[in-house]
Design a protein around this ligand. Structure first.
Ligand SMILES: [Cu+2]
Length: 477
């Protein structure tokens, strides 16, 4: 049971999931052998071989936990343990999670299933699992101290309940939560409807991911757990752009995206090129009368949201959190705004003291994306991600919904960048530019300035306290 076995192998964005190994009769009497996953790839949906059929979800940069049926009960085995998570290529974090990964594997069951979950604690401290959003007996709710004893180090506890209502749920510890959630302990839970449900549509693609946030100093591996606000890594399933896989769909697919928020702030999730409906919340499917088309919906702390749309526009459509600081990686927050400030004199003064001092951001921050600055080892670049037209200048909570007419049903392989039809890309104007019609300067119509100083305001630029790339790397946003 303690052997770490990779049941799921392969390379690329999508690899093949393998169902749990056949279980011998002797083993049936014991706990199910836990299944582990060490790769951060998006695994192909796990098609159920036992129990009621359903359309499985795709966990972005994650996987679904195989189960076994034991006398009509669906049995899962979660192992809470320290893990190493690759958050983006070249950047690994030392987190806590379940079964080899943070977040833990997605659990998928069907409305009416009797579910038994074995939880083994291999953390250095006690834990528990709260089944966020479920209807269940009070003693199965997982609040240590209140509804159960915390699971001591090295022990295994059993949770058992009926999956009563269909919907989108989460699981996470309810013991030393501040530490354990800051370290990445969380996972998704889907209860599929047992039959056609009037408020739950069949979809062609069903993606799930959790929003999470970490505070990891550049060059460090372990999150700081005392952080309340100053997180510097905003992630989906503990991955940051460009480490987040694209959401690949076929043109005219009906697409569902389920998002859970276990960070300490809200995230307005924004989709380009399509309108979506919020078809479900923590409380289950939304009444049809409450649905309205949106392109952004806020996912508040502790909430789940289900978005649905018809992917009828081909292209590479950005999908991201609309808080611009959440689409950046470690760096940048405390950097003063330097746009429009000429630094040449300041730099000359500073380089007398700090020879390798470097100025950033006098033309905006875009230079940063392309600049190959020396960063401490094991640091996610603040913003990067090469697109077909240059740097995407993004990090953090950002990915791309790739809509293709020739994508095969059930194929999640990255089709590469969209090939735009001729004449459908913004282009440079090379003709003559008419003289701009200035307003105030040429006596045009404009509002009178009130209470404004008559002469130009002098800008006082504070001398930067820190210099050099390493010091800038220590800043947060
Ligand atoms: Cu956000």
């Amino acid at each position: 049971m303690t052997n770490r076995r990779n049941f799921l192998t392969g390379a690329g964005a999508i690899t093949t999931a393998v169902a749990a190994a056949a279980v011998s009769r002797v083993a049936m009497a014991a706990l199910p052998e836990p299944v582990f996953q060490s790769k951060p790839d998006t695994m192909a949906p796990l098609v159920p071989e036992t129990g009621r059929p359903y359309n499985p979800v795709v966990t972005l940069n994650g996987w679904t936990l195989p189960w076994r049926m034991n006398n009509g009960v669906k049995e899962f085995h979660l192992v809470a343990e320290p893990v190493v998570r690759e958050m983006s290529p070249g950047f690994k974090a030392h987190l806590w999670g379940y079964n080899g990964q943070s977040p833990g594997p997605t659990i998928e069951v069907v409305e009416g299933d009797r579910v038994r979950i074995f939880v083994t604690n291999k953390l250095p401290e006690h834990t528990s699992v709260h089944w966020h959003g479920q209807r269940l007996p009070n003693g199965m709710d997982g609040v240590s101290g209140l509804t159960q004893k915390a699971i001591p180090v090295g022990k295994t506890f059993v949770y058992e309940f009926l999956a009563k209502r269909p919907g989108t749920f989460m699981y996470h510890p309810h013991a030393d939560e501040m530490t354990q959630m800051a370290m990445g302990m969380m996972g998704f839970w889907i209860t599929h409807p047992k039959a056609r449900h009037p408020l739950i549509d069949e979809v062609n693609r069903d993606f799930v991911f959790l929003l999470n946030a970490y505070d990891i100093d550049p060059g460090a591996y372990t999150p700081k757990i005392m952080t309340m606000l100053d997180f510097n890594l905003w992630s989906w399933n503990s991955r940051v752009f460009p480490g987040i896989d694209p959401l690949v769909v076929r043109k005219n697919d009906k697409v569902r995206i389920r998002i859970g928020n276990l960070t300490m702030t809200n995230h307005p999730m924004h989709l380009h090129g399509h309108e979506f409906l919020v078809t479900g919340t923590d409380g289950g499917p939304t009444p049809k009368s409450s649905r309205q088309y949106e392109v952004t919906t806020d996912v508040a702390v502790g909430q789940m949201r289900q978005l649905e749309f018809l992917a009828d526009e081909e292209g590479d459509w950005a999908f991201h959190c609309h808080k611009s600081h959440h689409t950046m990686n470690a760096m940048g927050h405390d950097v003063p705004t330097l746009i429009g400030v000429d630094h040449r004199k300041v730099v000359k003064d500073i380089t007398n003291v700090i020879p390798d001092y470097m100025v950033m951001g006098e033309r905006g921050m875009a230079d940063m994306a392309e600049m190959d600055m020396p960063l401490p080892d094991n640091t996610a670049r603040m913003m990067s991600g090469e697109g077909p037209f240059g740097s995407v200048e993004m990090g953090g909570m950002f990915s791309v919904v790739k809509v293709r007419k020739d994508q095969k049903a059930g194929d999640y392989k990255d089709p590469g960048w969209y090939k735009h039809p001729a004449g459908e890309v913004a282009y440079e104007w090379t003709g003559a530019l008419p003289n701009p019609a200035r307003f105030a300067a040429e006596g045009g119509q404009t509002m009178k300035a009130q209470n404004m100083p008559a002469k130009e305001v002098e800008v006082q630029v504070r001398k930067p306290v820190m210099g050099g790339a390493g010091a800038m790397g220590g800043m947060k946003h």
